[in-house]
Design a protein around this ligand. Structure first.
Ligand code: SD4
Length: 324
């Protein structure tokens, strides 16, 4: 393994990073410039979210502002059933939201089990910027949001309420995350100045137990950023992302020399290996970006896609997958 790491390090970073050329008889070192700015985000709604993030990034804005603005688009979409307004409620009919954000200086903020605020990501940013804490939950998060001028509104749309009432007919007490269809948005970006930031926001698993919190607001699970190395985010059944500390694991693997793609694959493999009886029935997808603007994605099952936006790119890409 040590040899493999050395090899990876030298090929991925070392090999790419330095080449020697001779210009007018003078030897000089050139570094291929990182691909920046760039933003990547989960699922097909990521395209629209990336467009908002790109407005910031293409104007030389900060990655932190880009990811906040980007995921706010998804939070505000009432047709999206697992983020912000329109999110499917818990089994008791409450829409409860989780979100976190992390910047290039290792600052982070998070809210969980927050109700009645359309933009939990912005409340999470305020937790990061205006409090000495990382995470506020429930009633305390609500009081803080109100104190910061956020306004309460009902997030249970008629469509989500109808879906909940239909679910009530059978009441299968299992949080629902099917394999093809998730909508949590995780977004990571590298800005013109070479700084990384990330954001992740969700209403979580539909029909979850009241009070359940998933991976999305957990720094290190649903999101992690280290400006020296890279950033990663997750989607899918959060319990299994938390169990392996998914996003943190991916960033640490990138630190050791794994490419974003390899690091995402390793994280999925870890879930498969540790939970051989569970992985067949659940989906988890990871997304990662490194300092060079290289990205990767991988999921347990087929169906996970992600959106990429850069100067030369505006794509929706199917991620590789372990099975199915
Ligand atoms: C959660 N990871 O609460 C979130 C849900 C999700 O796509 O990603 N859905 O577990």
């Amino acid at each position: 393994m040590t040899d493999r790491r050395k090899f990876l390090k030298s090929t991925i970073f070392g090999g790419l990073a330095v080449s020697t050329s001779s210009v007018s008889g003078l030897a000089c070192s050139t570094k291929p410039s990182p691909k920046k700015p760039i933003v990547i985000s989960t699922w097909n709604h990521g395209k629209e979210a990336n467009a908002a993030a790109w407005e910031v990034l293409s104007n030389k804005g900060r990655a932190l502002d880009a990811v906040e603005k980007g995921v706010m688009v998804t939070e505000a979409d009432p047709d999206n059933a697992t983020v912000g307004i329109g999110g499917f409620p818990d089994r008791d009919g409450n829409v409860t939201l989780d979100a976190c954000i992390m910047d290039e200086n290792d600052n982070c903020g998070s809210v969980a089990f927050l109700q009645n605020f359309k933009h939990p990501i912005s409340v999470a940013r305020k937790v990061m910027e205006e409090t000495p804490h990382v995470m506020l939950v429930g009633e305390g998060a609500k009081r803080f949001a109100l104190s910061q001028g956020f306004e309460e509104e009902n997030l249970l749309t008629p469509k989500a309420e109808a879906a909940w009432k239909k679910w009530l007919e059978n009441q299968e007490y299992q949080p629902e995350i099917n394999i093809e269809n998730h909508d949590t948005i995780g977004m990571v970006a590298l800005d013109e100045n070479g700084h990384l930031s990330g954001a992740c926001t969700t209403s979580g698993a539909a029909w979850k137990m009241h009070g359940r919190v998933g991976d999305s607001p957990i720094i290190g699970a649903g999101l992690f950023v280290d400006n020296e190395v890279g950033a990663a985010t997750a989607t899918g059944l959060g319990e299994f992302v938390i169990k392996i500390c998914g996003a943190h694991m991916i960033v640490e693997l990138m630190r050791q020399g794994y490419s974003p793609q390899e690091a995402c694959e390793q994280a999925v493999n870890r879930i498969v290996k540790k939970y051989p009886n569970d992985y067949k029935n659940l989906q988890v997808g990871f997304l990662a970006l490194n300092k060079n603007g290289e990205y990767g994605a991988y999921s347990i099952h087929k169906g996970f896609n992600f959106a990429v936006r850069a100067h030369d790119q505006d794509d929706l890409i199917d991620a590789g997958h372990y099975s199915g």
